[in-house]
Design a protein around this ligand. Sequence first.
Ligand SMILES: *Cc1c(COP(=O)(O)O)cnc(C)c1O
Length: 401
Amino acid sequence: MAPAAKMHFYAELDDALRGLRDQGLFKSERVIVSRQGSEVVCDDGRTLINLCANNYLGLSGDETMAQAAIHAIKQYGYGLSSVRFICGTQTVHKQLERALADFLGMEDAILYAAAFDANGGLFEPLFDERDAVISDALNHASIIDGIRLCKADRLRYQHNDMADLEAQLQAAAGKRHRLIVTDGVFSMDGTIAQLDKICDLADKYGALVMVDDSHATGFMGTTGRGTHELHGVMGRVDIVTGTLGKALGGAMGGFTAARREVIDMLRQKSRPYLFSNTLAPAIAGASLSVLQRLSASSELRDRLHANTAYFRDAIGKLGFTIKPGTHPIVPVMLFDAPLAQQFARRLYELGVLVTGFFYPVVPMGQARVRVQISAAHTQDQLDRALEAFAQVGDELSLLYR
Ligand SMILES: *Cc1c(COP(=O)(O)O)cnc(C)c1O
């Protein structure tokens, strides 16, 4: 029998877990037995149309990616058992950093094991108590954590509110450097940050701008560079962070792109870079092939945006309320938490995989199912998904047609 104090620890965890289950906040994992794709097979044998992956360009389960990864493994091997600065840097890592910087229109780039690490290791090496970091209230958890690790003053502005951003810039007037920090695209709503206005404010107050473009790199903007291209501010954003784990193939890995001085300093001081293993060569090689492919052809982007426009238009015509916009994240608003759960469950029974979101992930009364469109969706898959939405909407008397 373990000591009482120790038993107490496990009993408390059990209680807390029961609490999560009772509140309907317990997250469980669905097991997929197939590759990732526009359809997936789950371990209950069901085939589902997948509307909840960040697989925007449809590359995650794509055979060309598997082949590119195998090719890189054959050349560079499976792993390196080293951080970058000891003996963990291969040609392919340098090539990918160069290609990312060029793709994003930045001077240089640095790789991380995840975008979570890129954000976690960004602020502390560059800013201290003499500085202020001014952050959108809905920024990603990894940005919030990264900012907490640095000693700069932390200011928050109301989500997407330029007047409040300006007020916070003024509140931080005495600081040495001011950095504005925003997601390029906010994942719950598909809202795109107003980078043109943010850059104007940054110019007015001599502030720096950092954008996390995890939900945009590879497909937003005319040539897919991201929200800075979309808003015509390439060259005016100081720091871009992003992920290799969404549109760019979906395996894992992240990066920061910026001026050379910034990247040089991150290589010296950024803790997730210094104290965590190098990105696996298979991922580096396959990611490199994606950037080449996206620069050579707009085919995947075009298909993604056509699919998105089609779905947004059709779901609206069915009588559902969606958050307006152009991003492949399409929030279908149901407002009521139990209803959103019921809706997602019923869609699953009809062969469609979506995620229900409700408080505290989204504000009270803003429950929804979030759809994410992919270039890999066929017309037939989108039509069958829409039919299922129509059927569930009718069953639950949500549509006034
Ligand atoms: C997904 C996401 C991340 C985390 O990316 P990983 O590479 O999976 O760690 C960071 N920031 C934003 C805005 C994201 O959407």
